[in-house]
Design a protein around this ligand. Structure first.
Ligand code: SF4
Length: 975
């Protein structure tokens, strides 16, 4: 590398170039890894530095008061940078800030963030620190300009070194895609490409590629060649013929304080609750049947089921499927718990050789088909240039990722919503793949089929609820055969089953059927599957094929108006639906507006127009499907050598017929022939204007019982929140498990001494005048008194925003940072900031009620703004409520209790945690049902208080608890 670069970074009072100001600038001039020069300065802003910036940078007005203004340093910066390429982490922001301050730099720019998203596609986050950590670069300080510039330079050099590991063909493609995507890093790819080809790189790999390319005409470049080499297939799991039950006495010993688990799991604590659960799981695996287990926080439930599952699966040579709702839990099971369990088994096997087989258990994670890159589709696409910048960027990412990935799983790529839409065209689509005709499948290279083969060979297969249920709907054609099932996070199963058994119908889906079947290209030629088939048939020399081409041509000519009319009718229908939705829409506090299609709504004369428009679409669809089916039948009459060589076209035709019939039936059902067993609604997204027709089943317990639970010998369902006042009645009924055995394992944590539950009794009830204002007013003194360390949980984003606006300024003037979900970042980012700076308050909605884990003092106060009842106008909730004699007591309350328990569970995450849970909804005291909520929570101290006393009560209790903790903890004793 001979070019000189300048790494640049600046700190500012905020992220808005129009409003905010620069407070610090640093730059390093370098060539290769040699620093040529450094420059840095503080800059005096006109306005004061906000707390959120001081909390990040440590810079206050005390530091900046004596600094020069920007106008005094601008020319020195320009002189330092000259015309060298600028390297930065998301430098666009820095350049915009400089331009807004009067210094517009036009230099070439290399963005380390952008480079890393392409070259390190599997990073969970692309902050400078995360990229540096992946490259093994240590970061001493963050969010100060010079420290960040040093890291940026090191990261840039590290990323550039990665580029040198690619073969020249891949680099050339990367440069092409980056150019199409309009990325300045294309220049860097070119530069490295020249460097590599100048050195005659490639060697053996290129030679091999060259030979294979000669043998395989049509194969265009080196990576494809690699995927045409044969790979080994793992052996399927076979029954061992043994059926020795798990020995419960030996199992208990595993969980002892001196047992094998204690020796392998860091900070392991023996817990009687965990043993109790493990025994119940083992008994269920031994004897069969169904088991419901509520295991309170801290039980260690994953280990309580993983060990019996492994012992059972290895003994019998049978698969145990474990299903979770979240990716986080899948990751924890697969990447943390199972490897530690294997280590424990390996250690134990040293003194008990029988365990050697168990230690060799095989486990895998299996995902739905659309998660895996289809190599056939990918390499076909590669022969054409990218059609848009978004597509080009994704192609660049895939090109760089393909030589590294072993799974082809899109989770490694962290796709944006736009990229996910492009990905859908590169992943396997239901029915579009014919494995027998695919070369990648024959060589065992196809990612999807390799993942399935690994699942067939595994003792433990981890899936998510969505895949478990789609396998159920596909008569178990996706997962390997299994008879033992463990469902974790089982409180989410009903919602996921509702989603999987329902559907959503959009304008794009219906319009696509017409477009994909037949259209005209820009030159007026036939395209779409029928057009391409006609062309392909005409090229086949056999007479019968050419006869069919002639007939098809006549058919297509007649069909073109149908396609055009169809598309117009689809547009008309969805415009009618949009107008209809506008008439009924209610703001439900969510992103989507929903209108339930009840009998009364369907009696509205405006619905007649919708029915008429839907019937017109259905007529055109039937015409199209008739032509597609006719073509399929005629193709079936041809012999193998009379068929066109592109079998993709026949597969696509087959797929269109199936999908088209499904859409037709769904449209007719939703608009004109609704089933009493189902609920239907219209949804309207106000920001995109997208309208959709939706269906959900009223009841999922029947299908779950019939097609999932009854098919298994043993089923264990577990969660920290399954019971209401100690009863499993509600969940049994919702999931269809009347005969399941049950076990309630309380948390091993001492809530009586660790948790104070505070309820303010003099606040108005939610919905009463003044509630929101008083809620905002009480939060300020409360969170000042506790110095933040808090999370406030809301049930709607509009309530969150209102509180955010009201409390931000008064709390930040007291040095307490206020962060709102979707205002200041994602839940994950906010949680990280709360952990690193406890004098913070995080306001969150739905996604932080579950799965957030903040042990220690950073989360000492949990505020529940309102009891989490469902929105009464939610179509599924409203329709299901009608099934109950007392819908509120039998349905709304239990549902909200389970949610409250989930939210409450965020507070105490370890034996040494303590904290205050504040409920700002006095219905928990004033209403009869409030007792159900209170009795469902762990046994903690309840303090009924007033708004005025709340801050002192909470802070004094925390203070006392902290003193007790310091006095009793080992560190406190030493002190
Ligand atoms: S077997 Fe199917 S999914 Fe796999 S690469 Fe071939 S076409 Fe794609």
């Amino acid at each position: 590398m001979s070019e000189i670069y300048v790494a640049l970074d600046l700190e500012a009072t905020g992220m808005d170039p129009e409003r905010d100001e620069i407070i610090e600038i640093a730059a390093i001039k370098f060539r290769d890894d040699r620093v040529l020069d450094r420059w840095e300065t503080l800059v005096r802003p006109r306005a004061t530095v906000p707390l959120s910036i001081t909390s990040l940078t440590g810079l206050t007005m005390r530091h900046l008061r004596q600094a020069p203004p920007f106008s005094a340093v601008a020319s020195r910066l320009r002189e330092f940078v000259r015309n060298h390429p600028i390297v930065g982490q998301s430098p666009e922001f820095d350049l915009q800030m400089l331009a807004a301050a009067g210094l517009a730099l036009q230099n070439p720019v290399y963005d380390t963030f952008q480079l890393a998203t392409i070259l390190l596609p599997d990073l969970p986050a692309y902050s400078l620190a995360s990229i540096a950590a992946r490259l093994g670069i240590s970061v001493n300080q963050q969010h100060r300009a010079m420290a960040d510039v040093e890291t940026t330079m090191a990261v840039f050099l590290g990323l550039r070194d990665l580029l040198l590991e690619y073969d020249p063909e891949t680099l050339r493609r990367l440069a092409d895609y980056a150019r199409t995507a309009g990325l300045p890093v294309a220049r860097l790819f070119d530069e490295v490409y020249r460097e590599l080809t100048g050195q005659g790189a490639g060697g053996l790999a290129d030679l091999l590629a060259e030979r294979l390319r000669a043998a395989l005409p049509g194969v265009s470049h080196a990576p494809e060649v690699v995927f045409l080499l044969q790979r080994d297939r793992p052996e399927r799991l076979e029954p061992t013929g043994r059926a020795r039950p798990i020995d419960l006495a030996r199992l208990r010993a595993w969980y002892g304080q001196d047992g094998p688990l204690a020796r392998s799991f860091p900070a392991y604590e023996a817990r009687s609750q965990q043993v109790q659960m493990a025994e119940a799981v083992a008994e269920t695996l031994n004897r069969g049947g169904q088991l419901l287990v509520e295991a309170g926080t801290g039980t260690g439930k994953s280990l309580a089921y993983l060990l019996p599952a492994v012992l059972h699966a290895v003994e019998r040579g049978e698969t145990v499927v474990i299903s979770t709702n979240t990716i986080a839990l899948q990751d924890q099971l697969f990447n943390k718990d199972l490897p530690l369990l294997r280590r424990a088994l390996e250690e134990a096997a040293r003194s008990d050789s029988e365990l050697a087989t168990a230690a060799a258990f095989r486990a895998t994670v299996l995902k739905g088909r659309n998660n895996y890159l289809c190599l056939r589709r990918w390499f076909l696409r590669q022969r054409e240039p990218a059609r848009s910048p978004a597509e080009a960027l994704l192609y660049a990412k895939i090109t760089a990722w393909l030589p590294q990935t072993n799974t082809g799983d899109r989770a490694e790529l962290h796709l944006s919503p736009d990229e996910q839409a492009v990905w859908a065209q590169l992943a396997e689509e239901e029915g579009a793949c014919v494995p027998g005709r695919c070369v990648f499948h024959r060589r065992n290279q196809c990612f999807l089929f390799r993942a399935r083969a690994e699942a067939e060979a595994a003792h433990i297969v981890i899936v998510n609820h969505a895949l478990l249920l789609s396998d159920m709907l596909a008569d178990n054609r996706v997962l390997p055969p299994y008879r033992h099932l463990i469902i974790d996070e089982a409180h989410n199963l009903e919602d996921e089953a509702t989603a999987q058994l329902g559907f959503r119908l959009t304008q794009e889906q219906v319009r696509d059927i017409f477009r994909r079947s037949l259209s005209l290209d820009s030159l007026g030629r036939f395209s779409g599957v029928l057009g391409e088939l006609w062309q392909a048939l005409a090229d086949v020399p056999a007479r019968r094929a050419r006869d069919l081409a002639q007939d098809l041509h006549a058919r297509i000519e007649g069909l073109l108006p149908t396609g055009e009319r169809g598309i117009q009718q689809v547009e008309r229908l969805f415009t009618q639906l949009g107008d209809f939705a506008q008439r009924y829409q209610v703001d439900q506090g969510s992103y989507e507006r929903q209108v339930r299609l009840t009998a009364a709504v369907r009696h509205d004369p405006a619905w007649d127009l919708v029915e008429e428009a839907a019937e017109n679409v259905a007529i055109e669809l039937r015409g199209l499907l008739g032509a597609l089916s006719w073509t399929l039948t005629r193709l079936g009459d041809l012999a193998g050598d009379e068929l066109p060589s592109q079998d993709d076209l026949v597969t696509e035709l087959d797929l269109l017929v199936r999908v088209g019939h499904e859409l037709h039936d769904r449209l007719v059902e939703t608009v004109a022939a609704p089933s009493p067993e189902r609920v239907y609604w219209l949804s309207l997204n106000p920001s995109t204007g997208q309208v959709a027709l939706n269906m959900a089943p009223l009841d999922v317990s029947g299908p779950l019982r019939e097609h999932l639970f009854s098919r298994c010998d043993s089923v264990v369902l577990t969660s920290a929140t399954l019971t209401i006042e100690g009863s499993f009645g509600y969940i049994r009924e919702r999931l269809g498990l009347p005969e399941a055995r049950e076990l309630l394992v309380p948390s091993p944590f001492d809530y009586a001494s660790s948790t104070l539950l505070c309820v303010a009794e003099d606040l108005p009830e939610p919905g009463e005048p003044g509630y929101q204002r008083q809620l905002n007013e009480v939060l300020v003194p409360l969170l000042r008194a506790t110095r933040g360390r808090a999370m406030v949980l809301f049930t709607s984003h509009s309530a969150l925003q209102s509180t955010y606006r009201a409390i931000k300024r008064p709390l930040e003037s007291a040095g307490i940072l206020v962060l709102g979900q979707r205002i200041d970042g994602s839940p994950r980012q906010l949680v990280e900031r709360l952990k690193s700076r406890p004098e913070t308050v995080v306001l969150g909605t739905n996604s932080v009620w579950e799965g957030v884990d903040i042990p220690g003092e950073a989360l000492s106060v949990l505020v529940i703004a309102k009891l989490p009842f469902s929105v009464p106008t939610d179509p599924v909730f409203a329709a299901r409520s009608e099934q109950f004699a007392d819908p509120f007591q039998e349905y709304a309350v239990p549902q909200a209790v389970l949610r409250l328990k989930q939210g409450f569970g965020r507070l105490i995450r370890s034996r040494t945690d303590y904290g205050v849970c504040v409920v700002l909804d006095r219905r928990i005291l004033s209403r009869r049902y409030g007792r159900t909520f209170l009795r469902s929570l762990p046994d903690c101290r309840l303090e009924v208080t007033t708004v005025a006393e709340l801050p002192s009560k909470a802070s004094e209790w925390l203070h006392r608890r902290q003193e007790t903790f310091l006095a009793t903890s080992p560190a406190g004793e030493e002190a």
